[in-house]
Design a protein around this ligand. Structure first.
Ligand code: C2E
Ligand code: CA
Ligand code: CA
Length: 413
C-alpha cells in the first residue's frame, strides 16, 4: 500500500483515539486529528496538511457539522477521498453520499460506529484502486475545448466508438457491447465524452457526431460478426436528434449500408428522452422499432416515468442506472429500487440490464434477482474495437461461468 496521509475529524475523544489507533495498526503513519469541522478546516489551511489523501469525518459534531465541513472540503481539496464515520441509518448515509458526490468528493464508504479494523481496511484499499474521478489527461491541465475545436475534430472524423461488453448473467457470455464515444486527439490522446458531448448538446450540434459514431459502430459490428462474434451493439442517441422525422430512415440507411441487420443494433435513449411527449420522437422510435432496432431506456430511475408513459414507447430493454447499482448489496433502499426495476422490466417483457457493476457482490445480488445482463468495470472498461475483439476471444476461450475481476480487460479509460 502506498503511504497514506489521513485526517480524522470526530468530536468524541474515545472514538477518535480508537480510529487513530486502528489507522496506525493498518500502517498509516501520518494521522491528523480534529475535534470538529472548524478545527479541521484551520488545519487544512496549513501547508503541512497538503499531502492528506483521505479524510475520515463524523457527521454529527458541534460548531460545524459533517455536511457543512464536506462542502468546504470540496472547495479546498476537490476530488479528495472521504470516509464517513456515523451511526446513522442507510437512508441518511445514502443522502450524504449523494451530497458528497455532487460536491465532487470521492466517498469511499461509511463506517458504522464503532468502526471495525476490517471495515476501515476495505475502505482504504478502495482509495488505492478506485481510479481518480479526474481523468489523467485532465489532471495534467484541465482541458476545456471550444465548440469550434470540437466541430473541427468532428469534421476531421477524430471520434470513434470504444466498446464495453455486456454479459448475460445466466450464461456468463458476452452478448453485447455499448459503443461509447472517445475523441482520439492528435496531441492529447484519448478524451472522454464529458469534455465534448455537453457542449455539442447545448449547441444543438450532436447530429454529425451521432452519425460518425453510428457509421464506425456499424462497421465494427460487421467486423465482429465476420469474426464469429454474434453480438448486439448499443449506441446512445440524444433527445435533440429525435425531433427530426427523417432520423429513423437515415439511421436505418447508415446501418444497412455497412452490411448490418438493424436487429443487431440497440439504440439507447435516456429515460427523460423516452418519456417526451413530442410526437416526432415517438414517430421516430416506433419506426426504428418496426425496422428491427432494439430500443433501450438508459439511466432508468433517474428521470420520471409512470407505467402508462413507459408503455407508450415500444422499448425492448431497461437499463438500470449505475447510481442505483453501485452499493446496492449493502444499501437497503438501493436494493429495493434495483429489484423492483428488474421486476418491472420482466412484467413489461423487456430485458433488464444493470450498468456500473464493479464488484462481485453486485454481480451475485443481480444474479439472485434474475437480472438479464450486466455491464461495468467488473467485466471490463470500454476499450477500442481491436482490443475488444481480443477480449471477446480470450473471454470465449476461458469461458467461465462467472467472470472474475477483469484485470485482463484491454485498454482502460
Ligand atoms: P451512459 O450512456 O450512461 O454510459 C455509461 C457510462 O458509464 C460510460 O461513461 C461508461 O464508461 C461508464 N461506466 C461503465 N461501467 C462503469 C462502472 O462499472 N463504473 C463506473 N463508475 N462507470 C462505468 P462514458 O463513456 O464516460 O460516457 C458518459 C456518457 O456520455 C454516457 O453515459 C452517455 O450519456 C454519453 N455518451 C457517450 N458516448 C455517446 C455518444 O456516442 N452519443 C451520445 N449521445 N452520448 C454519448
Ligand atoms: Ca448509455
Ligand atoms: Ca447509462
Amino acid at each position: 500500500m502506498k503511504e497514506l496521509h489521513v485526517m480524522v475529524i470526530e468530536d468524541h475523544n474515545f472514538q477518535r483515539k480508537m480510529v487513530v489507533h486502528m489507522l496506525h495498526t493498518l500502517g498509516v503513519k501520518l494521522v491528523w486529528q480534529a475535534n470538529n469541522g472548524k478545527q479541521a478546516l484551520e488545519l487544512l489551511h496549513q501547508k503541512e496538511t497538503r499531502s492528506i489523501d483521505v479524510v475520515l469525518c463524523d457527521l454529527d459534531m458541534p460548531e460545524m457539522d459533517g455536511m457543512e465541513f464536506l462542502r468546504h472540503l470540496s472547495k479546498l481539496k476537490p476530488g479528495i477521498s472521504v470516509i464517513i464515520l456515523s451511526g446513522m441509518d442507510d437512508a441518511v448515509i445514502s443522502s450524504v453520499k449523494n451530497m458528497a458526490g455532487s460536491y465532487g468528493l470521492r466517498l469511499l464508504g461509511a463506517a458504522e460506529k464503532p468502526a471495525s479494523l476490517e471495515q476501515l481496511k476495505l475502505m482504504l484499499d478502495e482509495h488505492q484502486w478506485v481510479e481518480p474521478k479526474i481523468q489523467p489527461y485532465a489532471s495534467i491541465s484541465p482541458v476545456c475545448f471550444t465548440l469550434k475545436e470540437i466541430l473541427y475534430a468532428v469534421y476531421e472524423k477524430q471520434f470513434e466508438p470504444f466498446l464495453q461488453p455486456k454479459v448475460e448473467i445466466k450464461t456468463g457470455r458476452i452478448i453485447g457491447a455499448e459503443a461509447l464515444a472517445r475523441w482520439r486527439h492528435p496531441q492529447l490522446g484519448i478524451i472522454a465524452p464529458y469534455a465534448f458531448i455537453p457542449l455539442l448538446e447545448a449547441n444543438d450540434s450532436m447530429e454529425e457526431l451521432t452519425f460518425q459514431m453510428l457509421k464506425k459502430t456499424a462497421t465494427a459490428s460487421r467486423r465482429l460478426h465476420d469474426q464469429g462474434f454474434a453480438i448486439d451493439i448499443s449506441i446512445n442517441l440524444s433527445l435533440s436528434s429525435l425531433n427530426d422525422t427523417t432520423l429513423a430512415d437515415r439511421i436505418t440507411r447508415t446501418v444497412v449500408d455497412a452490411g448490418v441487420d438493424p436487429h443487431h443494433i440497440i439504440l439507447e435513449i435516456t429515460e427523460s428522452a423516452a418519456m417526451t411527449n413530442v410526437a416526432e420522437a415517438l414517430e421516430n422510435l416506433t419506426r426504428l422499432r418496426i425496422r428491427g432496432f432494439g430500443l433501450s431506456i438508459d439511466d432508468y430511475g433517474t428521470g420520471f416515468s409512470s407505467m402508462q408513459q413507459l408503455s407508450r414507447v415500444p422499448f425492448t430493454e431497461l437499463k438500470i442506472d449505475k447510481s442505483f447499482v453501485s452499493d446496492s448489496p449493502t444499501n437497503h433502499s438501493l436494493r429495493v429500487i434495483v429489484e423492483s426495476s428488474i421486476e418491472l422490466a420482466h412484467k413489461l417483457k423487456v430485458r433488464s440490464v444493470a450498468e456500473g457493476v464493479e464488484k462481485q457482490e453486485e454481480w451475485d445480488m443481480l444474479k439472485r434477482m434474475k437480472c438479464d445482463e450486466v455491464q461495468g468495470y467488473f467485466i471490463a472498461k470500454p476499450m477500442e474495437v481491436g482490443a475488444f475483439m481480443l477480449f471477446c476471444e480470450e473471454y470465449a476461450a476461458i469461458h467461465y461461468e462467472e467472470p472474475k475481476m477483469a484485470a485482463q480487460g484491454g485498454v482502460r479509460y
